[in-house]
Design a binder for this molecule. Sequence first.
Ligand SMILES: [Zn+2]
Length: 79
Amino acid sequence: MAIYKDASYLQQSSSEAFDQDYGPGAAAPHAGIYQCMGCHREIGIAAGNVLPTLGHHAHTTSQGSIRWRLIVYADHKPK
Ligand SMILES: [Zn+2]
């Protein structure tokens, strides 16, 4: 689970960007923290990079395939 200290750095969103799962090696549509829906491992990724490939980590049969989901969006725009 992603952890933070100061909630003022985060803002809740209902964007559909947080509802889509991406396969291993897919282009990450947004920078931020992604969680594997099979084992809940988290990774950080910069804009324009690809999500970790199939060999990144192993799953048990019950965990199913690796599916990455955006859980925290990193806003690269200056304020
Ligand atoms: Zn996993």
